[in-house]
Write a new protein. Structure first.
Length: 406
């Protein structure tokens, strides 16, 4: 890239190549010409991954590689300068971002889309003993660990009570989708390692009074019945008070022995947000209507690092890929307005529906006003997954990475 160009044109720096960052970068190539702006995208890895699919590779029902794609294969890197590195900190006053290996990068406009990390709600032992990383590498680790428990069964006389017990913390969407996949995987692992099916125990433990809090009760009942029939035991309204080396302690004093706790109780934003001094709630910034951080004309925060209030319900929207992608489009349009002139748009989420997979050909969901169960919900879920690939990389990416909806 020409050095003079870099000096003349404003620089937009995007942090994170998840749903928010990728769609912002893609949309900016449509909103602004290469001669009008420098766009730089920084991401930890040279690939983008489908966070919303990670319960599948984590349970072992999908190859981890299927969830990821090289950034240079889907973004036009002749228009976007891609830097593979980890963001260490944001210096708001100097308008500079510090990277782990490649020094610092200056910006005129910053888009923070660094995603989330697990929320522990103060429960001790989560980061030490539970699997809590919803990333490609985190999913690989969970999958291999689960398979290892089965592989030990005939080789270790000291197999403890609990070695074939699997605990999922949280009956929200992530926890329910993961246990759904695990119930599909377990019979195959039992067969592969000659483990009697009755040796396996699977628990989902939820602190709230219901699974999938806030979701349609009929669909919740459908999901719970289905999963119970596949051998899952739910402990609802039962907070976990501690995770330790050999299992979990529940609030009523019950001990569940296990080597495998998968943490899915919800998320907080990226800690870099707090460290940078943005005013935030659990590392999520309550952004202005135009998606900028309050009192920051030059910083947009989108995706799981942002917090958008649902005024009808008077509470924040749950963080989703759906919202992150919609924010990204508004963010790119507003960057265009800042650089070329014009009014900034206000962001209002357009929630098209919610669909959760339950393993195999099962799912539940609401699309518009319509409730979906079983195979029709499963079809819809796969179409949603494919739609995102289409937005990002057109039919070629759908052909390469897409899911068969039937
Ligand atoms: C198992 C699972 C299932 C889900 N299912 C759904 C669903 O069905 N529908 C839905 O709408 N939402 C779903 N979600 C939620 C959804 O995935 C998130 O809301 C969405 O990914 C948020 O997008 P984002 O761009 O903010 O962050 P992400 O997509 O997580 O991207 C963040 C990016 O930042 C990078 N990054 C992080 N830290 C650094 C750093 N320090 N330096 C450089 N790069 C960094 C990461 O590597 C990643 O590429 C699901 C989540 C999970 C875990």
């Amino acid at each position: 890239m020409d050095v003079m160009d870099l000096e003349r044109k404003p620089t937009i720096l995007i942090l994170g190549a998840g749903y928010g960052g990728m769609v912002t970068a893609n949309q900016l190539t449509k909103e602004l010409g290469h001669n009008e702006v420098n766009v730089t995208l920084v991401n930890k890895h040279d690939y983008h991954y489908q966070t919303t699919w990670l319960h599948e590779p984590a349970a072992g029902t999908m190859e981890p590689d299927k969830t990821r794609m090289k950034i240079s294969d889907v973004l036009d890197t002749s228009k976007i300068n891609f830097i593979e590195d980890s963001v260490v900190s944001i210096n708001r006053e100097d308008k500079q971002v510090e990277l782990e290996n490649k020094g610092s990068v200056d910006y005129d406009y910053l888009v923070v889309a660094l995603g989330a990390q697990a929320e522990t709600f103060g429960v001790p032992g989560v980061y030490e003993y539970a699997y809590h990383k919803w990333t490609v590498n985190g999913a690989r680790e969970i999958k291999d660990h689960i398979e290892y428990q089965f592989s030990r069964y005939h080789n270790n006389e000291d197999m403890r009570n609990g070695d074939l017990t699997f605990v999922v913390a949280g009956a929200g969407f992530t926890g329910m989708e993961f246990i759904g996949e695990l119930t599909e995987r377990v019979p195959k692992l039992c067969e592969k390692y000659d483990v009697p099916r009755e040796k396996i125990k699977m628990y989902v433990i939820e602190a709230a009074p219901t699974a999938l809090p806030g979701f349609d009760p009929e669909l919740v009942e459908y999901a719970m019945n289905l999963l119970e029939n596949r051998g899952v035991e739910f402990k609802i309204n039962m907070p976990i008070s501690e995770v330790h080396e050999h299992g979990v302690t529940l609030k009523d004093g019950t001990e569940i022995n296990t080597n495998t706790v998968v943490w899915a109780t919800g998320v907080r934003g990226n800690p870099i947000i707090e460290e940078a001094g943005f005013e935030s709630n659990r590392a999520r910034v309550k952004v202005d209507k135009d998606l900028r951080a309050p009192d920051h004309e030059d910083v947009f925060i989108i995706g799981d690092c942002s917090l958008v209030i649902n005024e009808e319900a008077d509470r924040p929207y749950p963080p989703t890929a759906q919202i992150a992608m919609q924010q990204a489009v508004t963010c790119a349009k507003n960057l265009r307005a800042l650089i070329k002139g014009g009014d900034l748009e206000e962001f209002t989420p357009d929630i098209k529906g919610t669909v959760a997979s339950l393993g195999g050909k099962e799912a539940i969901g609401i699309v518009g006003n319509k409730k979906l169960f079983g195979t029709s919900a499963n079809f819809m879920k796969k179409m949603i997954d494919n739609r995102y690939l289409w937005i990002l990389g057109g039919p070629g990416l759908v052909m390469k990475k897409g899911k068969n909806p039937f």
